[in-house]
Design a protein around this ligand. Structure first.
Ligand code: NAD
Length: 260
């Protein structure tokens, strides 16, 4: 379905991004993976993604907090694969603290990685997409693009921001065969969530079991974590021809959380 297309998936050395990269490779796209981690493990993942799916896969270690490294990553896709057709803005970090204790450097990092990076990738990728008359931009936002939770001021601000960015870009590129959408997951059990369980427990003064039951899954009506495969399947569909009229959509995949 996607053979001959190239996808950049930011933050794809782990969790949701890795799941989306695997699904797009399975659908035939060449992939630029990105993110941090053990170099040997990343190389192993790169090689198996390429080998199992008979596609080309390259790795960019660009830091999504640094606009010049983001430009290098877009340049790599152009040099190796002739440009980017599918842009998945997924890299993200979290930090949980009351507003009065929220470290300024954590605020700046979350806004840079979770929001500004998607501005930079889009501004650099759109000209080539316009030339080709086809493109897909998918921003992995969050249920926190639609509702707030206490102690996540930077994350909620960045995710609400990316919803606005998604809608704006969608309007600007709509007549060029390019769509821009946001996927808004509820809680998915990835390293990002595992890490915040002890942080939430400390911020709220409750046990880790209580954080899972009473905080994380409190509003998720299905009472289960969202599966990475569910998000990867939606991302793949949004890349299809049949999804050409879906644009500017902010799509919850949250077990009913934001239906409350
Ligand atoms: P994760 O921690 O498993 O993966 C995050 C990825 O981003 C990793 O590959 C990491 O190396 C990369 N990354 C982090 N900082 C980076 C930087 N500066 N430059 C480049 N790459 C960087 O997290 P995840 O749960 O898979 O989250 C992926 C996205 O999904 C994030 O945007 C997150 O906000 C969003 N999300 C996650 C959940 C959840 O419950 N896990 C829910 C809603 C939204």
């Amino acid at each position: 379905m996607l053979s001959g297309k190239t996808a950049i998936v930011t933050g794809s050395t782990s969790g949701i991004g890795l799941g989306i990269a695997k699904a797009l490779a399975k659908a035939g796209a060449n992939i630029v993976i990105n993110g941090f981690g053990d170099p040997a493990a990343i190389e192993q993942e790169r090689a198996s993604l390429a080998g199992e799916n008979n596609v080309k896969v390259t790795y960019s270690g660009a830091d999504m907090a640094k606009p010049e490294e983001i430009a290098d990553m877009i340049g790599l896709a152009a040099d190796e694969f002739g440009g980017v057709d599918i842009l998945i803005n997924n890299a993200g970090i979290q930090y949980v603290a009351p507003i009065e204790d929220f470290p300024i450097e954590k605020w700046n990092a979350i806004i840079a990685i979770n929001l500004s990076s998607a501005f930079h990738t889009a501004r650099l990728a759109v000209p080539e997409m316009k030339k080709k008359g086809w493109g897909r931009i998918i921003n992995v936002a969050s249920a926190h693009a639609l509702v707030a939770s206490p102690y996540k001021s930077a994350y909620v601000a960045a995710k609400h921001g990316i919803a606005g960015l998604t809608k704006t870009v969608a309007l600007e590129v709509a007549e060029h065969g390019i769509t821009a959408n946001a996927i808004c997951p509820g809680y998915v059990m990835t390293p990002l969530v595992e890490k915040q369980i002890p942080e939430q427990a400390a911020a709220r003064g409750i046990s880790e079991e209580a954080v899972v039951r009473d905080v994380l899954l409190a509003a998720q009506s299905t009472k289960r974590f969202v599966e990475v495969s569910e998000l990867a399947a939606l991302a793949t569909f949004l890349c299809s021809a049949e999804a050409g009229s879906i644009t500017g959509a902010i799509m919850p995949v949250d077990g009913g959380w934001t239906a409350h």
